[in-house]
Design a protein around this ligand. Structure first.
Ligand code: IMP
Length: 197
């Protein structure tokens, strides 16, 4: 079965494919006329609310296409830094593009608490049913930018369950085994493979 993933981020599509292909799902980016459809991100402090909004927009968009019997996937994620009262959170994408990793390290220069969490909230819609899953990866913000793999804040995030390397220093596979997105997709995988679903 094909799963159309409404996202502008190809890294997310690759990670979803790695996990859901084991169930026979083929995850593809949801494109209209070859382009990522424009969608409006609501002002909300919750990634769950943003995801709910995204799935409704995806359903509206798909109803206008010939792919309306495919499953749909959306996800919203962000980096939540404890000593910054969970900033950048739902604003992660904007902050990553503006002040970037260096800007985040500057904000933390005087802070001894470098605890942070990546969170991802995914919703998969299939045959009239919604499957929802929150994944969390706890860790710390590094003191230096390290590694060039992945995207966004990967080079400054050291997962608790790792060996001290940042996500940016890990292969896709290593990162996925410890990441918020990997966790939320594995929960979806379990829900979808449950015989009663
Ligand atoms: P959105 O979910 O597409 O709105 O974007 C979330 C933003 O959070 C991304 O643009 C990144 O800046 C950041 N982010 C979310 N997940 C990750 C990740 O796995 N690695 C690095 N940055 C991430």
């Amino acid at each position: 079965m094909k799963v159309l993933f409404l996202t502008g981020n190809k890294n997310k599509v690759v990670e979803a494919n790695q996990i859901l292909s084991n169930l026979g799902y083929e995850v593809e980016q949801f494109l209209v006329d070859g382009l990522t459809p424009e969608f409006i991100e609501p002002q909300s402090s919750s990634i769950a609310d943003v995801s709910e909004f995204k799935i409704q927009q995806a359903l509206e968009l798909i109803s206008e296409t010939e792919s309306s019997n495919n499953a749909l996937l959306v996800e919203d994620s962000g980096l939540f830094i404890e000593s910054l009262n969970d900033f950048p959170g739902v604003y992660s994408s904007y902050i990553s593009k503006t002040i970037g990793n260096e800007g985040i390290l500057n904000l933390l220069v005087d802070k001894s608490n470098r605890n942070a969490e990546f969170r991802a909230y995914s919703i998969l819609y299939k045959n009239g049913k919604y499957f929802r899953a929150l994944g969390i990866s706890s860790g710390k913000i590094s003191t230096q930018i390290k590694g060039s793999n992945g995207f966004g804040f990967d080079p400054i995030f050291i997962p608790e369950s790792g060996d001290g390397r940042t996500f940016g220093e890990m292969t896709d596979h290593e990162k996925s085994s410890k990441s918020h997105r990997g966790e939320s997709l594995r929960i979806l995988y379990d829900e979808l493979s449950h015989p009663s679903k």
